[in-house]
Design a protein. Structure first.
Length: 185
């Protein structure tokens, strides 16, 4: 249920944050995290894919159609993650066939973003653990998403957490993506 605390997450010694399901009233908070992260990705990593893809309107649509979660430290929004049982609309049949069991229902992760001021505190790890647990709670075996191949630190982050590269695709000039999947046991 939107607004209800789903989980409490430790973000640093003595500090906690609350994870809630975002409601339409949270659109600006979620958008703030995504737009700040998009700016950071461009300035720090030279990656503009979020800047050109995400809009406030898209965030509002995600909140309506998916499970969008908002992590807040006090009143400050610090991270977001979106989960869906539907693959993103830009996956081609070839992309989907890269997954272990393309027809199996899975949890698809998108829009994992941590405010740059809160990075390095284990937040993204805990949000991915949350996605894994959401899949287990639903009796699902797979967690899937894509990430930029050029962002090697992020690819390594996912691989250390048991996600495997199962395919790839290119979108636009120089935008290489990896399809990632974890088979839950």
């Amino acid at each position: 249920m939107p607004g209800e605390i789903v989980k409490t997450i430790s973000i640093e010694t003595g500090a906690t944050a609350t994870l809630t399901r975002a409601s339409p009233e949270d659109t600006d908070k979620v958008w703030s995290i995504i737009s700040t992260s998009a700016t950071w990705l461009l300035a720090d990593k030279g990656l503009d894919h979020w800047s050109s893809y995400y809009t406030r309107k898209l965030v509002a649509k995600k909140i309506q159609n998916q499970e969008v979660y908002l992590l807040s430290a006090g009143d400050r929004p610090v991270a977001t993650i979106s989960l869906s049982s539907d693959a993103v609309d830009y996956y081609t049949p070839d992309n989907l066939n890269s997954f272990a069991d393309p027809k199996a229902t899975a949890v698809y992760v998108s829009s994992l973003a941590v405010d740059p001021n809160y990075q390095g505190r284990g937040i993204a790890s805990r949000l991915m653990e949350f996605a894994d647990q959401a899949a287990r709670d639903r009796g699902l075996k797979y967690v899937r998403f894509d990430c930029r191949a050029e962002y090697t630190d992020l690819v390594d982050f996912y691989k250390k957490r048991g996600y495997q590269e199962v395919g790839s695709f290119t979108e636009g000039e120089g935008q290489n993506y990896l399809l990632m999947e974890k088979v839950l046991t």
